[in-house]
Ligand binder design. Structure first.
Ligand code: NAD
Ligand code: UDP
Length: 349
């Protein structure tokens, strides 16, 4: 089957085939064809899980999981998470709820839908967890802290979210989902784990995802202007995807009374300008910087306090920004070259 040349898929293929016939557990991954979901599906298959990937392909891509469909332990359900999930008549051990667009332009395109995905999706996942006895994992976000007034952000910080702004569909949707997770745990004894994910990047992001790392890399590789929103002095802390997925797996292995929420992110903090300069240097690009309007409510600073993750999970990110950028640049470089080659072949036919 055709793949997009992503190195992680190639690297894990032998692990997956070694584990394909004897599943140790069964996991449902909602949003499994998206950026993070596709890495999680691979990781779970490599650990010997049977994996059911559910996705409506709104921002996910078949290319992200196409090579997995060859494996007996992998199945794909094309479904919206807003539809009740009880028809998934399977015995489940773990449900990972990742279904939700994560990039600001994507989640703001249909904000009412984003809120529904978060709230109705969480209810459907939690009802299924109650029915099956599975542990429900929620992919929450550093956006629950809004434009934070406390820096770095510990889990105890309640946040500074504008409830009526254009980011609220996502921020408040994710906050409501956290509330639902904790209420199902308290009132219905559903086992839950909640991770608050900080900006994560890597292979399998869409080239048109719209988030800063993929935008800058694609622009640099194409020699286009690098679009800095605002002054570029706002900060983010960027985590490489493999580190994040390791954090997910460690969280799932904690005792039942360890619910979270727990921050997962790389505490290295960089301005958007610093990120642009790194990407220009590492691609050898001649792209110029252009300064555009800053989006409404764009957080000015963000950095996770990961004391809890260090203590409870023994987890700390291992991949530096430079290393992670090189891996991601190489992925997008391969992708752009293979697309250019197929466009050339089609034009010649
Ligand atoms: P993504 O957009 O690549 O993946 C989201 C996936 O969910 C896509 O495959 C999409 O098609 C699917 N989806 C969306 N709405 C759906 C619906 N209603 N029903 C079924 N499937 C649906 O984004 P990502 O970066 O992989 O993020 C995955 C999860 O992690 C999201 O919940 C996001 O909020 C959370 N998160 C990600 C980051 C990050 O930096 N990547 C940070 C914080 C939180
Ligand atoms: N950003 C930017 N240029 C882009 C995309 C994003 O300057 O082409 C900025 C954006 O305004 C924000 C930061 O980069 O300050 C991170 O944006 P992203 O959309 O990746 O994530 P989020 O804002 O959700 O943290």
């Amino acid at each position: 089957m055709k793949t997009d040349g992503a190195t992680p898929g190639k690297k894990l293929r032998s692990d997956i085939s070694a584990a394909r016939y004897r599943p140790v557990k069964t996991a449902l991954v909602t949003g499994g064809a998206g950026f993070l979901g596709s890495h999680l599906c691979r990781r779970l298959l490599g650990e010997g899980y049977r994996v059911i990937c559910l996705d409506n392909f709104s921002t996910g891509r078949f290319e992200n999981v196409s090579d997995l469909t060859d494996y007996q332990n992998f199945s794909l359900i094309v479904q919206d998470i807003e539809t009740p999930l009880a028809r998934i008549n399977e015995s489940l051990d773990e449900i990972y709820n990742l279904a939700c667009p994560a990039s600001p332009p994507h989640y703001q395109r249909d904000p009412i839908r984003t809120m529904k995905t978060n709230v109705i999706g969480a209810i459907n996942v939690l009802d299924l967890a109650e029915l099956t006895g599975a542990t429900a994992f929620q992919a929450s976000t550093s956006e629950v802290y809004g434009d934070p007034l406390v820096h770095p952000q510990p889990e105890s910080y309640f946040g500074n979210v504008n409830p009526t702004g254009p980011r609220a569909c996502y921020d408040e949707g994710k906050r409501a989902a956290e509330t639902l997770f904790f209420d199902y745990a308290r009132t219905r004894s559903v086992p839950i784990k909640v991770a608050r994910i900080f900006n994560t990047y890597g292979p399998n992001m869409r080239p048109d995802d719209g988030r800063v790392v993929s935008n800058f890399i694609i622009q640099a590789l194409r020699g286009e202007d690098i679009t800095i929103y605002g002054s570029g002095r706002q900060t983010r802390s960027f985590c490489y995807v493999d580190d994040l997925i390791e954090g997910f797996r460690r969280l799932l292995q904690t005792p039942e009374n360890a619910l979270g929420p727990i921050n997962l992110g790389n505490p290295g903090e960089f301005t958007v300008l610093e990120l642009a300069e790194k990407i220009i240097a590492r691609t050898g690009s001649r792209s110029k910087l252009v300064f555009l309007d800053k989006p409404v409510d764009d957080p000015q600073q963000r950095k996770p306090d990961i004391t809890e993750a260090r203590q409870c999970l023994g987890w700390t990110p291992a991949v530096t920004l430079d290393q992670g950028l090189d891996l991601t640049i190489s992925h997008f470089d391969d992708l752009l070259r293979s697309r250019a080659a197929s466009a050339f072949t089609e034009a010649a036919e």
